[in-house]
Design a protein around this ligand. Structure first.
Ligand code: FES
Length: 106
């Protein structure tokens, strides 16, 4: 087990427990944070968009072309930070990962 540090829309930081193999989207959603994930984790809707702190971004497996196509249309897309949380599987290497909920409704 490990933790991720999630910054919410108010700027508050929360430590969430995560298990290896769990999708980051599920960790965030199951902890009660507002993440719609309307495609159910298929990488097609971008409603699970998060901003990954830049020093962590490069430690993640690279996004595949389908993920990039989806996330690039998000309102608050940031190159080098934006990822779909449903496409990130937690692992021991990601213990302490810092992510921020994207606010694409603004
Ligand atoms: S849940 Fe739809 S893209 Fe992640």
């Amino acid at each position: 087990m490990g933790v991720i540090n999630l910054t919410d829309h108010e700027g508050d930081i929360h430590q969430l427990e995560a298990q290896p193999g769990e999708k980051l989207m599920e960790v965030i959603r199951d902890a009660g944070f507002p993440i719609e994930a309307i495609c159910g984790g298929e990488g097609a809707c971008a409603t699970c968009h998060v901003h990954v702190q830049s020093d962590w971004y490069d430690k993640l497996p690279k996004p595949d072309p389908k993920e990039l196509d989806s996330v690039e249309v998000a309102m608050t897309f940031e190159p080098g930070m934006s990822r779909l949380s449903c496409q990130i599987l937690f692992s021991d290497d990601l213990n302490g990962l810092n992510v921020t909920l994207a606010n694409d409704d603004i």
